[in-house]
Ligand binder design. Structure first.
Ligand code: GAL
Length: 381
């Protein structure tokens, strides 16, 4: 079956829990995915990241789940996740070891793919640490893709080589369904801003069946990560998380939640389950956004993006990367609208309100780090 026609949606252990994972956490998170409404909103994958196995393979070369963390084994956990109507994901690495030092799949690709299939895995995140210098990265991704495509089960392949070795040039042909082309996210505004800016030019390589992954979301973490490499004191403000989510949605990134979904604030739920924003991310055509820099006063502050949607509408996003108020505008002619006879009806995707019909252009002033997300419908005047 063809997987990942649209950017995958789910949850991953790494951002909040790092190595502090176990089967209760996974089961409780699957429960929370359903009870909170995330599943109904479209989130589907529950993914265990690094640190789930023992430090050594068994005598037959198989990976062994850590019996302290997963006393019932991975298959039982996968079965539980499936019983909730969700899909189950796990993690391995191109190299001899994972980034946290557990066994990697180098030279064990086909054995591991078979094991994952037996366990009922639906998604594999595949990292890039400890790759032997003599080995060719693209070939190793191709090898695991081939193993997964022939293991007897549909397993979505999530590549994670952080943009190294010119990922975008070969990743689509490798068979991967999504790929990280940038560095790890931190729970900070600076990190969100840097990743978004660095990935704008990568967007043209992203599309159905192989999506550019801007990294997992930090929405709702508020500095509460147990993960020393991700945590930043205090994290971000709700507004910054809203802008982060809007950027990722607009840029067609997979949306893999990174907060503790068992304990979300109402604000976090409102962000992650905003159906209007999710619809922009999950539009059938997954069109690359067109972007430009538009600002009133301070250069390099307000980014504007727009993209065509399946039904003839357009998604539009204004993002203020500056720390203070700043304005930006869009001239509708730049999107293709004739200068007379037509206008755009604008709908605000965070306020959930119709703003009326505008002709010629739309101008917005945004507070520092805020965004404006709109859906525009073409109308004949
Ligand atoms: C990094 C990866 C992170 C996480 C971590 C686990 O390389 O980018 O998302 O998976 O390894 O050790």
């Amino acid at each position: 079956m063809a997987l990942a026609a649209k950017p995958p949606l789910g949850w991953n252990t790494w951002n909040t829990f790092s190595h502090e994972i176990n089967e209760d956490l996974i089961k409780e998170s699957a429960d929370a995915m359903v009870a909170s409404g995330l599943k109904d909103a479209g989130y589907e994958y529950i993914v265990i990241d690094d640190c789930w196995s023992l430090r050594e393979r068994d005598e037959n070369g198989h990976l062994v789940p850590d019996p302290e963390k997963f006393p019932s084994g991975i298959k039982a956990v996968a079965d539980y996740v499936h019983s909730k109507g969700l899909k189950f994901g796990i993690y391995s690495c191109v190299g001899t070891h994972t980034c946290a030092g557990y066994p990697g799949s180098y030279d064990y690709e086909f054995i591991d793919a078979e094991t994952f299939a037996e366990w009922g895995v639906d998604y594999l995140k595949y990292d890039y640490c400890f790759k032997p210098r003599s080995a060719d990265g693209p070939t190793l991704y191709r090898r695991m893709a081939m193993a997964l495509r022939n293991c007897g089960r549909d397993i979505l392949f999530s590549a994670c080589n952080w943009g190294e070795d010119n990922t975008t040039e070969w990743i689509r042909s490798s068979g991967a369904h999504m790929y990280r082309s940038g560095s790890d996210i931190l729970d900070s505004w600076q990190s969100i801003k840097t990743i978004a800016a660095s990935q704008m030019d990568m967007e043209k390589f992203s599309g159905p069946y192989c999506h550019n992954d801007l990294d997992m979301l930090v929405v709702g973490m508020y500095g509460k990560s147990h993960n020393g490499t991700i945590a930043v004191n205090g994290g971000c403000t709700t507004e910054e998380y809203r802008t982060h989510f809007s950027l990722w949605a607009m840029m067609n990134s997979p949306l893999m939640i990174g907060c503790d979904i068992r304990n979300m604030t109402e604000e976090t739920k409102d962000i992650l389950m905003n159906k209007d924003i999710l619809a922009i991310n999950q539009d059938t055509e997954v069109r690359t956004p067109c972007w430009r820099k538009e600002w009133d006063a301070v250069p390099e502050t307000v980014m504007l993006m727009f993209k065509p949607l399946e039904n003839g509408d357009y998604a539009m996003g204004f993002f203020n990367f500056y720390d203070d108020d700043c304005g930006g505008r869009i001239h509708f002619a730049d999107m293709g609208l004739p200068t007379h006879g037509y206008g755009l009806r604008l709908y605000d995707l965070w306020e959930h309100k119709d703003l009326g019909v505008f002709t010629d252009r739309y101008h917005v002033v945004l507070k520092g780090h805020h965004c404006k997300m709109l859906r525009a419908s073409v109308v004949k005047l």
